[in-house]
Write a protein that binds this ligand. Sequence first.
Ligand code: DON
Length: 309
Amino acid sequence: MRKNTIDLQEKLQELLLAQRDNFLQGKVADYIPALASVKPDLMGISVATIDGQVFGAGDYQHPFSIQSISKVFGLVMAMNRIGDSIWQRVRMEPSGQPFNSIIQLEWEKGIPRNPVINAGAILVSDILTSHFSASKLAFLSFVRKLAENDNIYVDNQVYLSELKHGNLNAALAYLMKSFGNIEAEIPDVLSHYFTQCSISMSCEQLAKSLLFLANKGIDPRTKETICTARNAHKVNAILSTSGMYDQSGEFAFSVGLPAKSGVGGGVIAIVPGYGVICTWSPPLNNYGNSVVGMNLMADITEELGLSIY
Ligand code: DON
């Protein structure tokens, strides 16, 4: 049974407080210096509901690097642009491998397992690069519109760091190109991918910007159709099976919502018909998911009875 929203603000504070020291169990992403320098004890949570309410606790208005959460926006844009033909170039199956694994990609002839592992998101970046004259700008405009905030920015320091340390992503891209599954020039595709990963947003902005996925593709604030109900269903299905990488099964057990994590420490979860939850705490577990984010998502879902299963 969902709790009355009047209690929710207080409940978020309480759940966050209970996690106060748990960030110590994780490790901040250090594969690029720009992420390694983030303060590990920052943490926030926000809930946006489709009836227009927004709740938040802790550092919920502090911008952080959205990283792989950007894969959700990219997928929606690519599906809107090329329709179901996307599924001839990327599949919709869980990978059971780390998010940046290259092994499976050779076995499976350059067709990524799903659009939210790195190979799949690079493929989606290729679609955007090839179908938009200025894909990076189009991406940023899309996110700004959804978040109703024109100040959302790309963190150039993170972008340059990604570019400098992006050899594995480049290898994934070249491997796919060798199988004929990448159309644009690799440097352009990678530049798009790293740009979208380097966008900074807060929990509140992320929760608000993804409300359409909880509302059959329609932005509940403006009534604008952001994607078809069918595509919202497909995105949520992919997030349910693959959004938390090879911890997606455990996440389904303990939380039971379509979700996506990023190595910046953010996690978003879609609650169909209700709203969006976003948590942020930078230290990660071995799967690349935020330790506190995993705990908070489990606690709030249990507290509010939000699991879809
Ligand atoms: O591709 C990368 O390495 C990063 N820019 C994004 C990785 C990411 O967030 C993976 N998710 N947990």
